[in-house]
Design a protein around this ligand. Sequence first.
Ligand SMILES: Cc1ncc(COP(=O)(O)O)c(C=O)c1O
Length: 328
Amino acid sequence: MDLMMDFLNSEKHFLRRENKLTKSSIMVTSGANQAFVNLVLTLCDAGDSVVMFVPYYFNSYMSFQMTGVTDILVGSSNPGTLHPDVDWLEKVLQENNPIPKLVNVVNPGNPSGAFIPKPMLQRISDLCRNAGAWLVVDNTYEYFMYDGREHYCLEDNHIINLFSFSKAYGMMGWRVGYIAYPNEAACLHAQLLKVQDNIPICASIIGQHLALYSLEAGPEWIRERVRDLVKNRELLTDAMSPLGENAVKGGEGAIYLWAKLPDNCSDDFEVVRWLASKHGVAVIPGSASGGPGYIRVSFGGLKEEDTRLAADRLRRGLQELVDDGMVQ
Ligand SMILES: Cc1ncc(COP(=O)(O)O)c(C=O)c1O
């Protein structure tokens, strides 16, 4: 009942053309989140250790927790680039016994908006292969790339790539995504299918029809729309200038900026509540991604005029926060 599998696999060689994946099989899922849970249930046992990097995608963290994978080793990121600390990963993969089952990265990142350069992801991949760990790369924001950067995927027998229709085609509620996993990992197919057959059975047929239609419209449709987001990013980056120089990072890809709050505002949940109730603007607390004292600001999903409105509110709120604190 995977209507789209043929299209992704063969017609126009979509996966090969778009992602240069030539040795991968496809499983269509009810979104990338279900794809991730499917993988955790397939690859991990309760009590296994896994690796993520802060700031991490909160849903993936929860997927580990709710399946009993409680030994979540969280690496740090370079504060300037938000790239994962690969030297730390090298040590963890060498020294931890048993070695972590899988390493998870999101590229470009949610919530960081940072883009991991190819040599760095290649090094992460090499470390995983040598240690015998899986590498799971979430490519949900593959088309959300700016300033001439180009998304890429790596392919190897220990790498699993995840994709989503939610953001690129605005299909959040239609629940379609897919897993591209190595053809040669034969045991993976049967175990993934076991989870798939017990949870969604298949992604909803109506969602898959819409996804097929979206694929026929093609990535060019997305790229045109993504171009407009650069203006939104600029408006919001500028609105956060009250936070000071170097406070705002990310935004190389995806739809997110990652901003450091002033030192006296470490309760980011409180700041987020205050920004919403007093200034009418919604952002995400960094603590949800393991980054207390930060906020995630999205520049996606709004027209420019609405982004200007949101940016004005955010600037006013942050200026007040810096000058006077959270005055009620
Ligand atoms: C990194 C990442 N992965 C997965 C998802 C969820 O995608 P889906 O709607 O396809 O489950 C999101 C959505 O916010 C995301 O940011």
